[in-house]
Write a protein that binds this ligand. Structure first.
Ligand SMILES: Cc1cc2nc3c(=O)[nH]c(=O)nc-3n(C[C@H](O)[C@H](O)[C@H](O)COP(=O)(O)OP(=O)(O)OC[C@H]3O[C@@H](n4cnc5c(N)ncnc54)[C@H](O)[C@@H]3O)c2cc1C
Length: 443
């Protein structure tokens, strides 16, 4: 097929269209999964259709995330029509809906994108078991397909970097332009996005500082590249506006990371800022996918590295100065105004600055009665409130903070054991803590 695609199931072509089940990569342009489906359709003189399945709930996501996603899907629906690609929006269980759709349309083949999360893998398994047509999966999210970089879980960014960097020359290629599909004669039923948006736009969790969809993503990228990337060396100061703010778009696949890199390559960017940003965008981000793909305990204590588990085990019964229940964390009612400010930032805006995410999560470990409880609290809050939550980056970031994933052992101390420690005074040395607290006060 091609170097980014794996065949999940073989089968015989039917008479109907080639179906692209869009899931993780919600965009028309710069999408290897869609391009692969279109090429296959062209070779076999078949039309292409896109199907998207909206589930009732997804890993704790609520109105905030669904509202953002649906606005993006509306734009994608309209762009797809420009390329003669009917876009069907289904609602319910993908494991039931997709096979029924394939059957009803006498689909010839199924293409989809790749997601390392357990639930997505379960759905694809269920679908593949029910159909008799060929099924293909393309890694349209990573620059180098995760199955190509490494065949195992990598334990440090250094090891992963050594593997991925030599492959970038081969994979960092310009996308071929998208082309119009064969006219299908199929008309997707019109989707009432207005009422869908109303359904998901209920307060109090909607966000209004970010505009959803690929267009909003390109604008944010342009703004970052032309105005802010050269300040990226201040990325650890939550009061500086120097980070990209691209994570919601990357998470929903409204923007391809490969496009971000290709556009940076054409610009004259400060070398230090460029290197630091690309290391986050390529190495850290794709390392998170490697973690979740090869370690399906990515959201459990068992998924931590052995040294981290051993060390946390040894300190399990250490006395804690403060112990808070999940509800206290959720309401930002701890004794620490800096932690509360970070929690407020996330609840009110659906985002938290990257540096504060580390502090926030490490304090949840310090103030919970066990590492397991800390992990559950962090995953629950992150997935419920962050626009970019429910993402391999989130599970890896939490496992890094609590369990030492992709990190090294540090000097032993209470509760943390040998897990890296962070404290208020360390933050004070790095940035204006009072300013951050003032900016994220409630009421
Ligand atoms: C406890 C904790 C929870 C986190 N939860 C999430 C989450 O739910 N979703 C999420 O996308 N990221 C998460 N991260 C990773 C990181 O903090 C965010 O990706 C980043 O803050 C997003 O802001 P940005 O797009 O402005 O980042 P930038 O600094 O502009 O970086 C650009 C891109 O690089 C990637 N990136 C940056 N830092 C990291 C990192 N440490 N690990 C992996 N990829 C990275 C992201 O895709 C990001 O959008 C978490 C980190 C921690 C420590």
């Amino acid at each position: 097929m091609n170097k980014r695609t794996i065949q999940i199931k073989s089968g015989t072509l039917n008479k109907g269209p080639v179906v692209y089940w869009m899931s993780r990569d919600q965009r028309i342009h710069d999408n290897w999964a869609l391009l692969t489906a279109l090429r296959f359709s062209k070779e076999n003189k078949l039309p292409t259709v896109i199907v998207f399945n909206l589930t009732g709930g997804f890993l704790g996501a609520g109105n905030r995330q669904f509202g953002f996603m649906i606005s993006g899907l509306e734009e994608i629906y309209n762009t797809a029509a420009e390329y003669n690609i009917p876009f069907y929006l289904l609602r319910g269980e993908p494991g039931v809906n997709i096979p029924e759709f394939l059957e009803a349309t006498s689909a010839s083949a199924l293409f989809t994108d790749l997601d390392p999360l357990k639930i997505k893998r379960k759905w694809l398994k269920e679908i593949s078991a029910k159909v008799k047509i060929p099924v293909y999966q393309t890694d349209a999210h990573n620059i180098v397909p995760l199955f190509r970089v490494s065949g195992k879980q990598e334990f440090s960014a250094m090891h992963f970097r050594k593997k991925i960097v030599p492959l970038l020359r081969e994979y960092l290629e310009e996308y071929p332009p998208i082309f119009k599909a064969e006219k299908s004669g199929m008309n997707a039923p019109s989707t009432d996005f207005e009422s869908l948006k109303k359904e998901y736009a209920a307060p109090p969790f909607e966000v209004d500082w970010i505009s959803a969809g690929p267009e909003g993503a390109y604008k944010t990228l342009e703004n970052f590249l032309h105005k802010r990337i050269n300040n990226y060396n201040t990325k650890n100061d939550p009061n500086s506006n120097s980070v990209s703010g691209l994570s919601p778009y990357l998470h929903f696949g409204n923007l391809s990371a490969q496009r971000v890199v290709l556009n940076i390559e054409r610009m004259d960017v400060d070398p230090e800022c460029r290197a630091s940003f690309l290391d986050e965008l390529i190495v850290r981000r794709e390392l998170s996918d490697n973690f979740c793909w090869y370690n399906q305990s990515y959201d459990r204590f068992e998924g931590f590295p052995q040294w981290g588990k051993d060390s946390l085990e040894k300190h399990r019964n250490d006395e804690r100065e403060f112990i808070y229940k999940r509800s206290v964390f959720e309401k930002a009612k701890t004794h620490d105004p800096l932690w509360n400010a970070a929690q407020n930032e996330m609840v009110l805006k659906g985002k938290m600055h990257g540096y504060m995410r580390m502090y926030w999560c490490k304090k949840i470990l310090e103030w919970s009665s066990s590492p397991e409880e800390a992990l559950q609290t962090a995953v629950y809050l992150n997935d419920k409130y962050e626009l970019d939550g429910r993402d391999p980056n989130g599970y890896a970031g939490i496992a890094w903070s609590i369990g030492g994933l992709h990190d090294r052992p540090f000097a032993e101390r209470p509760v943390y054991g040998r897990i890296r420690y962070m404290n208020y005074n360390g933050c004070k040395r790095k940035f204006d803590v009072e300013k951050y607290i003032q900016n994220n006060m409630t009421g």
